[in-house]
Design a binder for this molecule. Sequence first.
Ligand SMILES: Cc1ncc(COP(=O)(O)O)c(C=O)c1O
Length: 383
Amino acid sequence: MIYLDNAATSWPKPESVYLAMDEFLRKNAGSPGRGSHSMSLAAAEMVEETRMLIARFINAPEKERIIFTLNCTDALNLGLKGLIRPGDHVITSCIEHNSVVRPLRKLERQGVKVVRIPTSVETGVVSPRDIEGAITGETKLIVVIHASNVTGVIQPIEEYGMVARQHNLILMVDAAQSAGKYPIDVQASNIDLLAFAGHKGLFGPPGTGGLYVGSRVDLDSLREGGTGVFSEQEEQPTVLPYRYESGTLNSVGISGLGAGLKYIFSEGLEKISAHEQYLTGRLFEGLSNIPGLTLYRTKDGSNQASVISFNIEGYEPAEVGIILDQAFDIKVRAGLHCSPSAHKTLGTYPLGTVRLSPGYFNTDDEISFTLQALEKIARAKIP
Ligand SMILES: Cc1ncc(COP(=O)(O)O)c(C=O)c1O
């Protein structure tokens, strides 16, 4: 079996992730921060250690500014709905994931104005100048995807950060596809809100994610409830992270996420990124030689995450996905990838594309086998 769907969720996980979750659930899975017995204290210690590792990873000034969420979607919802009010103006791109598109559509129905900036046809990038040109007196937020989950193109978030600071706006970045793959420095890049998935590049299990909340942002909470601290108050505490973390946390997931982060620190982000870049380069090269295969790639190709989209003449993308799975045991994702607007930009709406997203554990042999499989599929339609 070959797994090439790491952009959806990474698999396999490092061995240490499985071990950490198994050990935590067997030995220490008390309710974190909810008691003074040793299991509860051990669980709280693990949660705070993971919070600290994430803070270190993105250079957050304080670990309390890392909020654990259900996934990246949940983090994006908290950032958008906690910040934006009727009458506000939001600038975003035309290539966002539905986890940004749909909350913004809902906010629009409540009186929020949203402007969507297209990407350049040559580079796939949203120009910082275009973002700056869209600013009005009501603009509160710029929200952009870091690496596209359809084409893999990486956006210049540092430049967006400069624009946001110059105009005293909030910058929120959707780092679902980039966290764990590229260095992110929220302070140097002037990022106020960073939403990330724990279960993709960070090697945690599904059901993990988070939001970094910078000091310039005063977000409302989306849910209130027990926090294990300030229990005498009937009002939700305003202290971070408790303001946004009501209810029992996914401590088993967070233990796996912590082990995933330790794995990245010990392997080194550069090594992980270099291997993925190498595999992506091999795929691009091999795919470009397959007859009848159209690659959706920018001309430059230098600012590219390990996400590749293509189509094969004579097939719908879903058919290619099924053949790869059933005839070759290769797992890929075909269709719209929860990003219809990105596919409209590419001209691949409504059927979408076939997406390959190699990860750190894929091998050269797996890439060769996949290329051979795709060549066979493509040639079957050539008369
Ligand atoms: C760019 C992007 N944003 C957000 C998400 C949502 O992530 P999650 O599944 O963790 O909610 C994804 C997931 O594929 C994504 O690719």
